[in-house]
Design a protein around this ligand. Sequence first.
Ligand code: PEP
Length: 254
Amino acid sequence: MRRPLVAANWKMHGGPDAAAKFVEVMVARFGDDPSREVVVCPPFTALPAAAMIASGSAIAVGGQNCHWEDKGAFTGEVAASMLVELGLRWVIVGHSERRQYFGETDATAAGRARAAQRAGLSVIYCLGETLEKREAGETLAVLERQSAVLAGLDAGGLAVAYEPVWAIGTGRTATAAQAEEAHAFLRGRIGGLLGTDAAAALRILYGGSVKADNAAELLGQEDVDGALVGGASLDAETFSAIIRCAPGFTARRE
Ligand code: PEP
């Protein structure tokens, strides 16, 4: 049984105060429930405040990126060990916005993921096809290519986020059937790369315009083990509603 994982990607929104207040709500609502894993990924400047509030609870705080080297002359970058020093447990790697705007490739994303795991962080590794590729019928070929780098990672500290680029921040969500097809394909593919036991245990998250009103159907799919949520995670009520859609959730304190 895979424990659902629901992660908030705040992108470039929110400072320390907003993140601390948000995490406070998450801790109060979900901080003592082991049935679900909740990860909050605010911008770098908000990480210390968020990590301090989350400390000692089941709520995890994660970064949105880290560098592939452990240290060095890389102005503007952050090493995975620096995130660990703040008490973080997760980092998002290979997000499509990094690929689109900052030249991220499969190779650089894989390097970041390896560095994160070396430092002891778990990785949410993002991949997904563009609209052009989907319309050309090349979705599974793209996923096959992008997922090849997962062979170099430790399955124990890994979750994969299937995020069709055309669904991110657009309000256009993949149908449950489209998501399940991609997730089932990825699980089979990862089975070939990392072994079938590892693939059976690996959480594959869906990301792309997840909202409170479509989360239940998406999270109800057999191979959808959680969600990576962008815009809808900025509001604590909406994000809480999405978390509650993860099957089997039981809130103890609200
Ligand atoms: C994301 O940033 O990973 C994402 C899925 O964004 P949104 O939920 O806004 O589409």
